[in-house]
Design a protein around this ligand. Structure first.
Ligand SMILES: [Zn+2]
Length: 391
């Protein structure tokens, strides 16, 4: 762990929502210049995510220096807002502070004063432009627990209702209820430790959701959503893992969940060749093969169970698309679209406690099967044989 290579990967992606910890009213940037407008962070004992927000796209370079240990980013052609608080004390044993200042006429330098950092990663985000820095510290204590940690992420919440059905059923409410049921079911397995990114009707920015999973050292991340389409007869269930896609329907689903336009998604898709260099990192970090296996386990179990009780259920299969909520996850991660809330028949089903229960039970069963199939989970398999709460 201590010798893990510092790896840096940069991914262009577009997010719209952001929890602003440090926020200042806008000032006019000098023409043609990028402004550093915000710096905020989420601090956990062994992991910290720092987000530097820019008024527009800018090139940057980075360097790590020793004595004292620090990491800096030089943002080219940029200016820092004079009102922006330029020193943020963090002091979590990993990071002392984050500072930002006008380094020279044309450069803003953001400095992370490091204490005990084993690895860091950098993402680049769009709309608004952001530099996201994930910093990892040494584990505080070796994990003695054999338990597998599962983070369940009910999509949307608070001011973001997600998709809204013809009878005004909200995606955020449906997926929260399914996630709560799922947590209850999985928690019945003594080999699992289960967390939710939200357990009430609150808004959580997309980038905070994976930050929560990373901070828990989760073994799995499962985001729960309900699908929607302008075609009212669209129906069925599908499970996604993170990857680029040429499939327009998959891209539409991702665009909706990412809350950006399809045009923007297509632009990002076109730019992906430029980003090829970083795709290997993306593949490794998100454990793509494991994510695909997890997606199949959940989708197959879900489709099988539903087709038994609800014969009309359409199995749309396992797909892939660039869902921002899956970017930056350090563990196998998937996104489940449990039915179409835009379809009047499926909206009605989604409003029913029994249907939600079947969905939760099937997803739990798919997760348990996946866990039993991976190495280092003999205890889980044994538990399954004894007849656990799943199935
Ligand atoms: Zn959604």
């Amino acid at each position: 762990m201590a010798d893990r290579r510092s790896s840096v990967f940069i991914v262009l992606l577009i997010l719209v929502s952001l929890l602003v910890v440090v926020s200042v009213p806008g000032v006019c940037p000098a023409s043609g210049r990028t402004n550093v407008t915000d710096i905020n962070y989420w601090s956990y004992p062994e992991y910290t995510r720092i987000v530097v927000t820019l008024s527009e796209k800018a090139d940057f370079s980075q360097k790590r220096l020793s004595r004292p240990d620090r990491l800096y980013f030089d943002i080219k052609g940029s200016a820092i807002k004079s009102e922006l608080k330029t020193s943020l004390p963090i002091g979590n044993g990993m990071l002392k502070s984050v500072r930002a200042a006008q380094f020279d006429e044309d450069t803003v330098r953001v400095v992370l004063d490091l204490e005990k950092v084993t690895e860091y990663k950098v993402f680049r985000l769009e709309d608004p432009e952001r530099i996201v820095i994930d910093v990892f510290g040494a584990p505080l204590q070796p994990t003695l627990s054999m338990k597998k940690r599962i983070v369940i992420d009910p999509g949307h919440g608070g001011h973001d209702p997600g998709a809204v059905g013809p009878k005004k059923l909200y995606e955020k409410d449906v997926v929260l209820d399914i996630a709560l049921k799922l947590k209850k079911l999985l928690s019945g397995n003594p080999n699992f430790e289960v967390y939710l990114t939200r357990d009430s009707d609150v808004f959580i920015p997309l980038e905070q959701r994976t930050a929560i999973a990373n901070s828990k050292h989760a073994d799995l991340f499962v985001s729960i959503h309900a699908n929607a389409s302008p075609h009212r007869d669209a129906k069925g269930i599908e499970t996604y893992f993170l990857n680029w896609t040429n499939d327009e329907e998959a891209m539409k689903v991702a665009a909706r969940e990412n809350q950006i336009s399809l045009k923007r998604m297509q632009k990002m898709q076109r730019e992906r060749d430029v980003l090829n260099v970083m795709l290997d990192d993306l593949k490794r970090d998100n454990k793509r093969d494991e994510s695909m296996a997890l997606a199949h386990s959940i989708q197959d179990t879900l489709a099988g169970a539903l087709q038994k009780d609800y014969s009309h259920t359409v199995d749309l299969g396992v797909k892939w698309a660039p869902f921002y909520v899956l970017f930056g996850a350090q563990m196998p991660s998937v996104l489940v679209e449990v039915s179409f809330i835009s379809n009047p028949v499926e909206e009605k089903l989604l409003s029913r406690d029994g249907y939600r229960g079947v969905l939760a039970k099937s997803i739990a069963s798919g997760i348990t099967k996946y866990m039993a199939a991976i190495p280092d989970s003999r205890t889980v398999a044994a538990y399954g044989k004894r007849g656990g709460s799943e199935n």
